[in-house]
Write a protein that binds this ligand. Structure first.
Ligand code: PLP
Length: 399
C-alpha cells in the first residue's frame, strides 16, 4: 500500500523498538537485564482498579464527552489548583488517550507546513517525529551538560524566528531528569514575553516523581501572563503506574483546547470511560502510593548515580525527577572491546553491553544527544545492582 509522505518522514519510537528487541531476546530464553523501560514497575494501586470495576458495574461503559467526564476534569482542575494555585476553567481542560495523544493533537491543531517547533535536546523521542508527522519543522537546540541539559534564555532567544509557533519544555525531562527551577522558568518567560507568537507546551508527565522541594515549579504559575499560550500536559501514567489505562490531559487556552477536541471528536471520539473513572480515583483518592513509590525511586536513583559514577569511563548527574539516569559514555568512545571491535558510537557501546553482558539500555542518539545512554531505574533494586555491576565489568574490559 502506498502510504502518505508523513509516514516516511517519521520513524517508530526508539524506546518501543528497544523494548521489542528485549522481548524478542527474552523469547529466545536469554536473561536480559532490561533498563529500557519507560513505565513504573509497580502495579496500579488497588483502590484505582476497584474504581474501574465499580464503573463497569454501574454501567459507565458508554461514550463520554469528547473532552472527558466533568468529574475527571474537576479532579484535574483541583490538582492544578492545590499544587500550583492555578484556576483553570473546565472548558480549558481536555482529556485524551494518554498525554502522548494530547500532545500529538495539540501539534496537529496548530502546525502547518513550515511551522517551527523548538525542541531542546536531549528530548523525549516522540517530539520531533510528532512535529514532522504534522508537516512542521522541529528546531532542535542542543542543551549542554555543563548547563545541566537546560535550555538557556540566550539559546531560546536565538532559536526563535518569525516561523516559530511552539517551544516544547519537558520538566522533569525524559531522558535527562532535568527540572527547571522557578528562577530558570522566570528567565525563559522573560524571553517569551517578547515573542507573543510563541506558545509553550509544558510536558509535566513526571511532575510528581520529583526529588526537589514540592511542588515542582510550573511555567504557568511562574508567569500568569503566558496563560493564553501555555498548554500544560500531564497524565496518570507515570505517577499512578497507569501506563496501560491511557489517560492524559491538557490544560490551556480555551480556543486551543476546542481545536484539540474537534480533532479528538473526529478521531477517537473520547478516551475510555472506564479508565477515566479510574483516573478520578487516582487523582482524588489516597496518595500513599505516590509517596511510597517516589521514596523507592529516590533510593534507587541515589544508588544508580553512585554506581555509575564509580564506574571507570562513565559519569552522570543526579536527576531532579522521573526515573531515568542519563549517562555520559563519551570517554569510552574509541575504546576496543576484548573481541577487538572499536566502539565508535553510543549505539556501538549499547550493542556491546547487550551482547556481552545482556544489559539493555537506550543510546543517547535516540534522544538527540550522542555520546550518552539512558538507564531506567523503574525496575527492581536487585536488577539495578546486577546490571550496574555488569556495566562496570564491561567498561573495565575495554582497552
Ligand atoms: N511525555 C514524556 C516525556 C514521556 O516520557 C512519556 C512516556 O514515556 C509521555 C509523555 C507519554 O505519556 P502517556 O502515557 O500519558 O501518553
Amino acid at each position: 500500500m502506498q502510504t502518505a509522505q508523513r509516514v516516511s518522514r517519521i520513524k517508530p519510537s526508539p524506546s518501543t523498538a528497544a523494548a521489542q528487541r528485549v522481548r524478542e531476546l527474552k523469547a529466545t530464553g536469554a536473561r536480559i537485564l532490561d533498563l529500557t523501560v519507560g513505565e513504573p514497575d509497580f502495579d496500579t494501586p488497588d483502590h484505582v482498579k476497584l474504581a474501574a470495576i465499580d464503573a463497569i458495574v454501574r454501567g459507565e461503559t458508554k461514550y463520554t464527552p469528547v473532552n472527558g467526564t466533568p468529574q475527571l476534569r474537576e479532579a484535574i482542575a483541583a490538582k492544578l489548583r492545590q499544587r500550583h494555585g492555578l484556576e483553570i476553567p473546565l472548558e480549558s481542560i481536555t482529556v485524551g488517550g494518554g498525554a502522548k495523544q494530547v500532545i500529538y493533537l495539540a501539534l496537529a491543531a496548530t502546525v502547518d507546513t513550515g511551522t517551527e517547533v523548538i525542541v531542546p535536546a536531549p528530548y523525549w523521542v516522540s517530539y520531533p517525529d510528532m512535529v514532522l508527522a504534522n508537516d512542521g519543522t522541529p528546531v532542535v537546540v542542543e542543551c549542554a551538560a555543563e548547563n545541566g541539559f537546560k535550555l538557556t534564555p540566550g539559546q531560546l532567544r536565538s532559536a526563535i524566528t518569525p516561523a516559530t509557533r511552539w517551544l516544547i519544555l519537558n520538566t522533569p525531562s525524559n531522558p535527562a531528569g532535568v527540572a527547571y527551577t522557578a528562577a530558570e522558568l522566570r528567565a525563559l518567560a522573560d524571553v517569551l514575553l517578547d515573542h507573543p507568537q510563541v506558545a509553550v507546551l509544558t510536558d509535566e508527565i513526571y511532575d510528581e516523581i520529583f526529588y526537589g522541594p514540592e511542588p515542582m515549579p510550573t511555567l504557568l504559575a511562574v508567569e500568569p501572563r503566558l496563560a493564553d499560550r501555555v498548554l500544560l500536559t500531564n497524565g496518570v501514567s507515570k505517577t499512578y503506574a497507569m501506563t496501560g489505562w491511557r489517560i492524559g490531559y491538557g490544560a490551556g487556552p480555551a480556543d486551543l483546547v476546542a481545536a484539540i477536541d474537534k480533532l479528538q471528536s473526529q478521531s477517537s471520539s473520547c478516551p475510555s470511560s472506564v479508565s477515566q473513572a479510574a483516573a478520578v480515583a487516582a487523582l482524588t483518592g489516597d496518595q500513599t502510593f505516590v509517596r511510597e513509590s517516589v521514596a523507592a525511586y529516590r533510593g534507587r536513583r541515589d544508588r544508580v548515580v553512585k554506581l555509575v559514577n564509580d564506574t571507570p569511563g562513565l559519569r552522570c548527574q543526579a536527576p531532579h525527577g522521573g526515573f531515568y539516569v542519563f549517562v555520559d559514555c563519551r570517554d569510552l568512545l574509541g575504546a576496543t572491546t576484548p573481541a577487538g571491535a572499536v566502539l565508535a558510537t553510543d549505539e556501538d557501546f549499547l550493542a556491546y553491553l547487550l551482547e556481552t553482558q545482556q544489559v539493555a539500555a537506550i543510546h543517547g542518539t535516540a534522544y538527540g544527544t550522542p555520546g550518552y545512554f539512558r538507564i531506567s531505574f523503574a525496575t527492581s533494586a536487585d536488577v539495578l545492582e546486577e546490571a550496574c555491576d555488569r556495566i562496570r565489568r564491561a567498561c573495565e574490559a575495554l582497552a
